[in-house]
Design a protein around this ligand. Structure first.
Ligand SMILES: Nc1ncnc2c1ncn2[C@@H]1O[C@H](COP(=O)(O)OP(=O)(O)OP(=O)(O)O)[C@@H](O)[C@H]1O
Length: 346
């Protein structure tokens, strides 16, 4: 089931929550809506679901206008962070719920329900919990059951709003890998909302980066990370150092390292990721002089904070190995040279 989002606009009073959103979601795709809090991700997801109506624009499911189709007829499965399981029902009954409430003529037989629920519980690898109540499950198990419940009615589209948002980092990481594998088996067109860039880049086929009710960029994880279309995308998808420069004959500079600048501007901002900076103890004509002020160990990588004469402190990321080899320490004079950069008009 493909989904087309066409010219969607939504206001809450004077506040523009969605500003002319256009998006094509391919059949079987796993798409992430990524952006900071309040950028309109949930509102867009709710409009696709039919839980919210747009002021303008339309939603097409498989080429057919679904704008006025009731949420029940859209055959959409939901997993929301706060869309809790029914507390008074066992895991089995929670998953069976959507089948049991069907009108009599489409309701499966008791035997068929039983078979289906067990198949789904096996799919989410929790069949052994069928007789438990939600209060007897961990947060991660609850979310997997919520997913099994959403899948029970054979949705044509699966919508997930921060499904793992309330869980701790380790469980989150496991569940997102698991979601990716599950999606590879089932191929249901799926859209999930997250504000966590790592989650979006790791799990999704394509990422839609949103900001203030607009789409900043849509692309594969590699595209949005390696070729960010706007400064916002660059900053949102990872830590970055900013250097301000005047533009001389089409070049902007960090220290003495030159980068091609956008033609139309006489000022530029140069964006450099912490792992794209070389650090050395020997001065060169082009390197930027500084002093190490902090060392932060982050597991496999190490961040050095370096004070430079002008501008904010610069963050340099090294692998743990290179850090140990280099014996870098606080108070040392060092010279920095960016290897890669992106330059935007300042
Ligand atoms: N029913 C409502 N009435 C008024 N304003 C609303 C309503 N729903 C959402 N908004 C506003 O619209 C904006 C977008 O909200 P939305 O929930 O879509 O953001 P989001 O990107 O999902 O954020 P978060 O990650 O914090 O959930 C927010 O500024 C929010 O305050």
């Amino acid at each position: 089931m493909s989904i087309e989002v066409k010219n969607i606009n939504k206001r809450f009073g004077d506040f523009v929550a969605l500003d002319n959103i256009n998006l094509d979601i391919q059949t079987g795709e796993l798409l992430a809506l990524l952006g900071p809090s309040g950028c309109g991700k949930t509102t867009l997801l709710r409009i696709v679901a039919g839980l919210e109506t747009a002021d303008q624009g339309s939603i097409l499911f498989h080429g057919e206008d679904a704008t006025d189709t009731h949420v029940r007829e859209r055959q959409v499965g939901f997993v929301f962070q706060h869309y809790a399981l029914f507390r008074h029902m066992t895991v089995f009954e929670n998953v069976a719920f959507g089948l049991r409430v069907r009108p009599k003529h489409t309701r499966p037989t008791e035997a068929a329900i039983k078979q289906k629920v067990h198949a789904l519980l096996e799919l989410v690898q929790l069949d052994w919990l069928a007789d438990r109540y939600p209060a007897q499950l961990s947060g991660g198990q609850r979310q997997r059951i919520a997913l099994a419940r959403a899948l029970a009615v054979e949705p044509r589209v699966l919508l997930l709003d921060e499904p793992f948002g309330a869980l701790d980092t380790q469980v989150r990481k496991e569940l997102r890998r698991w979601l990716r594998r599950l999606h590879d088996e089932m191929h249901i067109t799926s859209v999930f909302v997250t504000h966590d860039q790592e989650e979006a880049l790791e799990v999704a086929d394509r990422v839609v980066v949103m900001n203030k009710g607009r789409i900043e960029q849509t692309g594969t994880p590699e595209q949005v990370y390696d070729q960010p279309a706007t400064p916002f995308v660059y900053q949102f998808l990872g830590d970055v150092n900013l250097f301000h420069s005047r533009v001389h004959e089409g070049w902007a500079e960090v220290g003495g390292t030159r980068f091609a600048a956008p033609e139309a501007s006489d000022k530029a901002v140069i964006y450099v990721r912490p792992h794209e900076i070389d650090i050395q103890r020997v001065a060169t004509d082009t390197a930027l002089a500084g002093v190490i002020t902090h060392v932060r160990l982050l597991g496999a990588t190490v961040r050095l904070e370096v004070n430079v004469a002008a501008g904010d402190p610069v963050e340099v990321e090294l692998t743990r190995e290179r850090y140990v080899e280099g014996r870098w320490s606080v108070g040392e004079a060092v010279w920095l040279s960016p290897r890669e950069a992106r330059v935007y008009a300042g």
